[in-house]
Design a protein around this ligand. Structure first.
Ligand SMILES: CC(C)(COP(=O)(O)OP(=O)(O)OC[C@H]1O[C@@H](n2cnc3c(N)ncnc32)[C@H](O)[C@@H]1OP(=O)(O)O)[C@@H](O)C(=O)NCCC(=O)NCCS
Length: 160
């Protein structure tokens, strides 16, 4: 018999304060997926929000951060990123499954995510949109000017 168990895609653990610099560098290395304003927001989210880190052999492969609003019934996926060299191997899926499981166990009923609404002309954003739709998110609306002039937001939501 050939093959065998390929082993886990990665390990997932809680984010530590000491991860922040490496996680922002990972996002910065994604070749334009995040513009300067988005990177500034991401740096704040990485510092302030709860998060999970995917790693293998001490290397950061990706991360997810989230915030739970006042109502506590809904959370927002504030950042999800997987390093270029490790994409399309299931790391994003493992991170989302771990995050969704945590939120469900805390009674959170829905999860929101946001993408720049320019996804029609940006292949990297189209990939993220397709990824979220495959995970059960549905498009809710476009918020015009949400992040500034000509910087619209596509809001997506899924039940948990
Ligand atoms: C969106 C993103 C997080 C997805 O992460 P990822 O680790 O590539 O996600 P996965 O590997 O779990 O799934 C991605 C695709 O690879 C496929 N895949 C998963 N494991 C695979 C494997 N072993 N071999 C081949 N394909 C595989 C999945 O089916 C999925 O296919 P689809 O896009 O056609 O639905 C990543 O592309 C990213 O960081 N993008 C830039 C940042 C960004 O836009 N973030 C915003 C999201 S809110």
């Amino acid at each position: 018999m050939t093959g065998g168990n390929p082993g886990p895609v990665c390990a997932v653990r809680e984010k530590f304060p000491g991860d922040a610099e490496a996680l922002v560098a990972l996002a910065r290395g994604l070749g334009g997926a995040f513009d300067a304003a988005a990177l500034a927001r991401l740096a704040r989210d990485v510092a302030d929000h709860a998060g999970l880190v995917a790693e293998r052999s001490g290397t950061h492969l990706g991360f997810a951060t989230w915030a739970t609003g006042d109502g506590a019934g809904s959370s927002e996926l504030t950042c999800l990123a997987v390093a270029d060299a490790h994409q399309r191997r299931g790391v994003g899926t493992v991170l989302c499954e771990a995050l969704e499981e945590r939120l469900r166990s805390r009674g959170v009923r829905s999860l929101e995510a946001s993408l720049p609404a320019a996804w029609v002309i940006r292949p990297d954003l189209e990939r993220a949109r397709r990824f979220l739709l495959a995970r059960g998110f549905r498009e809710v609306r476009v918020d015009v000017g949400h992040w500034g002039p000509e910087n619209d937001r596509l809001l997506l939501r899924r039940g948990l």
